[in-house]
Structures are given as structure tokens and as C-alpha cells.
Design a protein around this ligand. Structure first.
Ligand code: NAP
Length: 537
């Protein structure tokens, strides 16, 4: 592709950041502190990123609130009081708003403005960034904080435009209240978003149909209010608490038993699983050390789940349909509240669309290959073009006009996740090629924000205007990311981690699963070594 950018004009800004979620906001904070001119473009009318859009009933974080929060400011973490073990979407949004106000970030955010394209100007070594408001900006650095789960997807069913009822999508839920009362509602999908919303909707609707193609592992979240004692205990030495989390595999803390499933007798094993079930949430993954590595160990969890569901769900056929048949932990573990119990309600029907798939929508509802369902409302809980979609939906053109879509056709190629060869002065934060979704996103936002801020400062003090990952460094890192993915059972089933939920997308396990500490160490070593693997000039 030919270079189309005009090379006249001036650099308006040092940096454009895309997205005002946790990642973009921290990046802006660092840039502001260092005196760089920077602006965030954000498509939503307010801060929050994914937490702005995913406001469906029951939306809640699956990482504990005391950990799913910034740690860069001791004052901030002391003054904020989280209410629950797992924060609800409104509370997280309130927190992000508080952070934006407290650190005076909104003055440099343009809301309701989408970045549509970014083109690298090779002569001027800067980016020309265009928005959907016919605005364009030149910036030395183009930094994306666009999130891993922020490019919603919706299957295109025949007849979708014929349906006369209300239509919603969990990932772009409206701000106004949705009235479910007296309505026949169909929800398509059985991932985390459905798992969280189904039990609440069921209490309101006339009838709820859950169209499930693949059952998920749903562990009870065991959410509860946080007591003053536990909050105070963490706050009395938040620094050590954070340091301990930081040294762990996923940058968040939960007890992990360093034992194989087969170190315990079947009775002791069941007792351990029961204990983990009672603890609830993602900590279930810490029940044993070989659950994600050994197929036989993994099968023990499936057996346990089958037994558990059988005890909760009264109808054996429904219980059977809800029982997962894939590796445990392969898809992201869902944390729910009363999810399985909800299928005992008379006003809830589980519809298996694995064989009798959804054929089309009609004016009155939905048709599968074998039945028709009259509906007043259809809700898509059908997920995201995860990891790369939020990047590739922007028309990004690097050196020689190469597009990011071309570059990533066979899967994401990055150096440290942060940088892409052929796309100088561009940074992609907390996304493909870095731990991102496998660690705490907020901690990832701080680690990447610090790394990029330090790098920009390094360049400024030495008079550099261009940084680009070498092809060699990129290919070595990408091979390491892919290898780590292949070693894990997590890459062995269809999921958004591997991109199989998007038609035509290359199947690659996108996040780096080699662990948080080695990743952080590698990033530090690169910076300490004068940005080894990058060309600077
Ligand atoms: P998801 O896990 O990708 O689930 C999408 C669901 O839609 C799947 O059950 C999928 O079935 C189904 N689906 C897609 N197309 C379909 C079709 N044509 N017919 C029938 N079913 C179809 O998406 P999500 O639930 O939004 O969650 C995505 C991720 O977001 C989570 O894994 C999590 O990381 C994050 N999230 C977290 C929380 C939380 O707990 N904090 C809450 C929500 C989301 P198949 O599985 O068969 O493809």
C-alpha cells in the first residue's frame, strides 16, 4: 500500500492514547506527570472502558476488589473502601470516575470520539490519527489501551431485522433501565456474561430461555460484603499484600496448593474440592498444581463438577446438559451466583443449541432447527473478538503502509506484547503477547504504563524520536508466547483465548501464559539493556 499521509504540518501532541479504561487512564496519568502532551480518545461518554459498556444485570468482576484496583498511589488505595469481595460494575465505575477526578485526567480526554485510523508518517516519524468526528491529530506516539474484551461480536442470524421485540447485547448494555417484567426473554450464550445475568433476569421475567451451545464450568463466586476487619488488615500493610500478589504467577493472590490431584486419596481430594468450592471464585484453580497441565488431573475436576451439578439441579437431563465436557480451565472459569440453582425455576428453560442450532429469528421470536420460541426480548451474550479485535478494528497502517490486519493475519506478532515491528512509536498495552487477561488487568495496566512512560522519558532525554521492535526480537518473543500457549491445556479447546469464536480468525493462544514474574523480569531486562530488541533513532 502506498504511503498516503501528508508530511507537512506539525506534531500536535506527544502521544495519543486510545481508550479511557484502567489502562488508558493510568498511561495518561504517567504522561501528564512527566509533562508530555497527551490526549485520550474514548468512544464512550465517560471513563471506564469495558466497565462502562458491560452494565448488564449482575456484571461484576471475578478478581477480588482489594486486588482489582490501582496500587500506584498509597493514598488512593487507603482512601477507597471497597464494599464487596467482588465489586459490582457500578462500584467499579464509581471507582474509575473517582480516579479520573482525583488525578485530574478528564481535561485530557475527548469523549464520544472513536479513533478510526492511524497512519505512520515515515518522514516525520509520527502518527496521523483520525477520528469519527473528522478530527485529525499528529502525535509522536500512538498508544492503545483498547482492552482485550471490548470488540463485541453478534452472530448474524437470518431474519434478525424481522424480530419485533426488544434486542440487547450484554457488552453494550444501555444506560436506561431494562424492564423484564412479564416478558418472555431469550438469552443467547452461556459464558460469563450470561452466567452473571441469568439468575437476576430469571427473578423478573415471565419466562427465560437460555440458548446454550457449550456448557461452562461455573464456580460459585461466594461473594459477600467485606468486613472492616479484613479491609483494615490489608490496608495496614497494603504494600506487602501487593508485593506478595506481584510475585505470584497471575499477579493476584489466592492460596495455591502445591500438590498434585493424585497426591491425595479420592476422599481427601473430594474434601479439597469441596473446600475450594466453598472459598469460591477463581481460587478454585489453586486446588491442585496440575489441573491445567495434566489431562487425568483435569478430568477429576470434570467428574467433581458433574457430581455437584447433579446435586443442585433437580432434572437429570438439564443437569447433564449443564455439565461441561471440555478441559476444566480451558475456557475462562465463570464465577456465578445461584447459576445452576436457577435452572430449577419453573420459569427458566435451558435450550440446547449444540445440535439443533439457532436457525433464524422471526418477527415473533427465534427458531432452532427443531423448535420455535415466542419471545418479547432477545439478549445476545455472545462475547467478543477478544485480544486483537479492538486493535484490528482500527485502520492502522505502519511502515510502507502495511496494515495491522495484514501483519496479524496469521495471529498477533509482537515484541513483549507492547510493540510490533513495522509499526514504530506504537504501543499496544495489556493485550495479545503479554499476560493481560491471565493476570490482573489493573496491575498489567500499571506495569505497561510504567514501562512505556520510562521508555518515552529515556528517548526524550537522549533525543531519540523513533523506536521500533526488530523483526528478530518480535519473532523470538512471538515463538515464546506460542510455545507457552501450546504447553497449556488452555489452548486445547475452542475459546476466545485462541480466537476460535470469530469466523476466519487465525487460531493462536493470544495472551502470554508463561507467568507474570518472568514476563516482568523480561520487560525490565529489555529496558535496563537500553531497550534491547528495539531500534532507536
Ligand atoms: P464468551 O465467554 O465468549 O461467551 C459467549 C457465549 O455465546 C458462548 O456461550 C458461545 O457459545 C455463545 N455463542 C456465540 N455464538 C453463538 C451462536 N451462534 N449460537 C449459540 N451460542 C452462541 O463471552 P462472555 O460471556 O461475554 O465472556 C467473555 C469474557 O469476558 C469472559 O471469559 C471473561 O473473561 C470476561 N467477563 C468476565 C466477567 C466476570 O466474571 N468478571 C463477566 C463477563 C465477562 P460457544 O461457547 O459454543 O461458542
Amino acid at each position: 500500500m502506498k504511503q498516503k499521509v501528508k508530511t507537512t504540518g506539525h506534531t500536535d501532541l506527544d502521544a495519543v492514547v486510545v481508550g479511557a479504561g484502567f489502562t488508558g487512564l493510568y498511561m495518561l496519568h504517567r504522561l501528564q506527570k512527566l509533562g508530555f502532551s497527551a490526549r485520550i480518545f474514548e468512544s464512550a461518554p465517560n471513563v471506564g472502558g469495558t466497565w462502562y459498556w458491560n452494565r448488564y444485570p449482575g456484571a461484576r468482576c471475578d478478581i477480588e476488589s482489594m486486588q482489582y484496583s490501582y496500587q500506584f498511589s498509597e493514598d488512593l488505595q487507603q482512601e477507597w473502601r471497597w464494599k464487596e469481595r467482588y465489586a459490582s460494575q457500578p462500584e467499579i465505575l464509581e471507582y474509575i470516575e473517582h480516579v479520573a477526578d482525583r488525578f485530574d485526567l478528564k481535561k485530557n480526554i475527548t469523549f464520544e470520539t472513536k479513533v478510526e485510523s492511524a497512519e505512520f508518517d515515515e518522514t516525520a516519524s509520527n502518527w496521523v490519527i483520525k477520528t469519527d468526528r473528522d478530527e485529525w491529530v499528529r502525535a509522536r506516539y500512538f498508544i492503545m489501551g483498547v482492552g482485550c474484551l471490548s470488540a463485541p461480536i453478534r452472530p448474524e442470524f437470518d431474519g434478525a431485522n424481522l424480530f419485533k421485540g426488544e434486542v440487547y447485547q450484554t457488552s453494550v448494555w444501555p444506560e436506561h433501565e431494562v424492564d423484564f417484567k412479564g416478558k418472555r426473554v431469550g438469552i443467547i450464550g452461556a459464558g460469563s456474561s450470561a452466567v452473571q445475568s441469568v439468575p437476576l433476569m430469571a427473578q423478573e421475567v415471565d419466562h427465560l430461555y437460555v440458548f446454550q451451545r457449550t456448557p461452562n464450568f461455573v464456580v460459585p463466586a461466594q461473594n459477600r460484603e467485606l468486613s472492616d476487619e479484613e479491609v483494615d488488615s490489608i490496608k495496614s500493610d497494603y504494600k506487602s499484600f501487593r508485593a506478595e500478589a506481584y510475585s505470584g504467577l497471575t499477579a493476584f493472590l489466592f492460596p495455591r496448593h502445591n500438590q498434585s490431584v493424585f497426591d491425595l486419596s479420592p476422599t481427601e481430594r473430594k474434601k479439597r474440592f469441596d473446600e475450594q468450592w466453598e472459598i469460591g471464585g477463581l481460587p478454585f484453580l489453586g486446588a491442585f498444581n496440575d489441573l491445567l497441565l495434566d489431562e487425568d488431573a483435569n478430568k477429576e475436576v470434570t467428574n467433581y463438577w458433574r457430581e455437584r451439578i447433579g446435586q443442585i439441579v433437580h432434572d437429570p437431563k438439564v443437569a447433564d446438559l449443564l455439565t461441561p465436557n471440555e478441559y476444566f480451565g480451558c475456557k475462562r472459569l465463570c464465577a456465578g451466583t445461584d447459576y445452576y440453582e436457577t435452572f430449577n425455576r419453573e420459569n427458566v428453560t435451558l435450550v440446547d443449541v449444540s445440535k439443533s442450532s439457532i436457525k433464524r429469528l422471526t418477527s415473533a421470536g427465534l427458531e432452532t432447527k427443531s423448535s420455535e420460541y415466542a419471545l418479547d426480548m432477545i439478549i445476545y451474550a455472545t462475547g467478543f473478538d477478544a485480544m486483537t479485535g479492538s486493535v484490528t478494528r482500527i485502520n492502522i497502517a505502519g511502515m510502507g503502509g502495511q496494515s495491522i490486519q495484514e501483519k496479524w493475519e496469521a495471529g498477533p506478532l509482537t515484541y513483549l506484547g507492547l510493540s510490533v515491528s513495522g509499526f514504530p512509536n506504537m504501543f499496544n498495552l495489556v493485550s495479545a503477547g503479554s499476560p493481560s487477561v491471565l493476570a490482573t488487568m489493573v496491575t498489567g495496566a500499571e506495569q505497561h504504563g510504567d514501562w512505556v512512560a520510562d521508555c518515552l522519558e529515556y528517548m526524550r532525554t537522549r533525543g531519540y524520536s523513533r523506536i521500533e521492535a526488530t523483526e528478530a526480537a518480535e519473532s523470538q518473543w512471538s515463538a515464546e508466547v506460542n510455545q507457552a500457549g501450546e504447553n497449556s491445556l488452555r489452548s486445547k479447546c475452542d475459546s476466545w483465548y485462541v480466537g476460535s469464536n470469530v469466523k476466519g480468525k487465525a487460531r493462536v493462544f493470544a495472551p502470554y501464559i508463561g507467568g507474570w514474574p518472568p514476563y516482568v523480569k523480561k520487560c525490565k531486562a529489555v529496558a535496563d539493556n537500553d531497550y534491547d530488541g528495539f531500534t532507536l533513532n
